[in-house]
Design a protein around this ligand. Structure first.
Ligand code: B12
Ligand code: SF4
Ligand code: SF4
Length: 308
């Protein structure tokens, strides 16, 4: 069975331009599985039926990648300033120059290849928002940060502007990263700043009330008029922008591919309305927005314009 020194990961991360890295033992996540069941029972997942599926795999990585002994987790900083005029709709920072799924997948692929050069018996299954995996919980166990009351993973060096991904692998380490304790303390800024009151309790999100869910995942032609989008065309960053850890420690991403996509963030309302289907598709193509259907973006645009 392959065995490696944990500090080898830091060396490889530095070579590959990976901001955060760590490793955890591939143990079953029983508490997380219970919390997920509870969350689903309250129907907080709304129409995200994929969250109901493969709960056994989510709990036990060995079902996803048989023989898993460790999980290597990476975090990539995507913070960048956004130049947005008053005439532009708000789009989440996570719409970066290049789709983060592709950027992280390539980093993880290169990491796995380097590991396999060290020991060819290493096997691995890569994931980045692409498999039923509790990514934030694994990131906590791999020492990347803690889960804040806004349910995002926060790192003291970067804040929460981090994309996560990992490798479930048969590789064992001589030691494992230490989980970081929660450091929110008495703060409740994220909970109070959410305009739609989407947090019924700290650490719990009712996705049905979350602008990120409504603007990206909700497929209905016109959702409940009770909830507004507050000017957000795609995603929402409010509870993160109000987090002191982001206000104090966010730093511009060293990776130009993971900085906010300039062209998209600066498009005005009238440009969103007047550009042709093909023109908009072309602008969105390199980014994570390419996954969204244009009629749903147009729905969001209509709702925002009616709000103002
Ligand atoms: C479903 C999903 C969503 C849903 C639901 C979000 C949610 N909180 O669950 C929606 C569409 C709303 C969403 C929105 C966003 N998402 Co999202 N999403 C996911 C996905 C696919 C699964 C998350 C999940 O398992 N939810 C299930 C519920 C039960 O889990 P949970 O709320 O996270 O609860 C956990 C903890 O809070 C904890 N917990 C629960 N109760 C308690 C109580 C106590 C006392 C404690 C200590 C802990 C605790 O246990 C739970 C299980 O581990 C992950 C990718 C992945 N495979 O992990 C990305 C992911 C979480 N999303 C991500 C991002 C970037 C976003 C957005 C920032 C995008 C945006 N700007 O619009 C927003 C953030 C909104 C927010 N405040 O969370 C990143 C998060 C990175 C980070 N730093 O945390 C991920 C990891 C994708 C990635 N690979 O980078 N997302
Ligand atoms: S992303 Fe926006 S709507 Fe969702 S919980 Fe955070 S502040 Fe509320
Ligand atoms: S705003 Fe405060 S409570 Fe919310 S995640 Fe940040 S530190 Fe934690």
């Amino acid at each position: 069975m392959p065995l490696l020194a944990l500090n080898m990961l830091d060396k490889l991360a530095a070579e590959l331009g990976i901001d955060l890295i760590g490793a955890a033992r591939a143990e079953p996540l029983e508490n997380e599985a219970l919390r997920l069941k509870n969350w689903l029972a309250k129907e907080f997942h709304g129409e995200m039926a994929y969250m109901e599926k493969y709960q056994d795999l989510r709990q036990d990585l060995n079902l996803l990648h048989p023989g898993s002994r460790s999980v290597i987790m990476i975090g990539m900083n995507y913070y960048g300033e956004i130049q947005r005029g008053a005439t532009s709709p708000k789009i989440s920072r996570y719409v970066t120059e290049k789709d983060y799924h592709r950027v992280l997948k390539m980093k993880l692929q290169s990491l796995l290849e380097r590991l396999q050069k060290i020991d060819s018996s290493i096997t691995g299954q890569i994931f980045t928002d692409s498999a039923p995996v509790f990514e934030k919980s694994w990131a906590v166990r791999a020492g990347l940060g803690w889960i804040g009351k806004n349910t995002c993973l926060i790192n003291p060096q970067f804040g929460s502007w981090l994309f996560l991904g990992g490798i479930a692998s048969n590789l064992a380490f001589d030691s494992y990263s230490r989980a970081m304790p929660e450091r929110c303390g008495k703060c409740t800024r994220c909970l109070n700043s959410c305009p739609t009151r989407a947090f019924p309790l700290p650490f719990q999100l009712d996705a049905r009330r979350c602008i990120s869910y409504l603007s990206i995942e909700d497929r209905s032609p016109d959702f409940s008029q009770e909830i507004k989008l507050f000017g957000w065309l795609y995603g929402c960053d409010i509870c993160q922008e109000n987090c002191p850890w982001n206000m104090r420690f966010a730093k511009i991403s060293a990776n130009p591919e993971l900085q906010p996509a300039k062209e998209i963030h600066s498009l005005t309302f009238s440009e969103w309305e007047s550009r042709s289907h093909n023109q908009l598709k072309k602008i969105m193509k390199p980014t994570a927005m390419t996954r969204q259907r244009l009629p749903l973006l147009k729905r969001n645009l209509k709702i925002i314009l009616e709000e103002t």
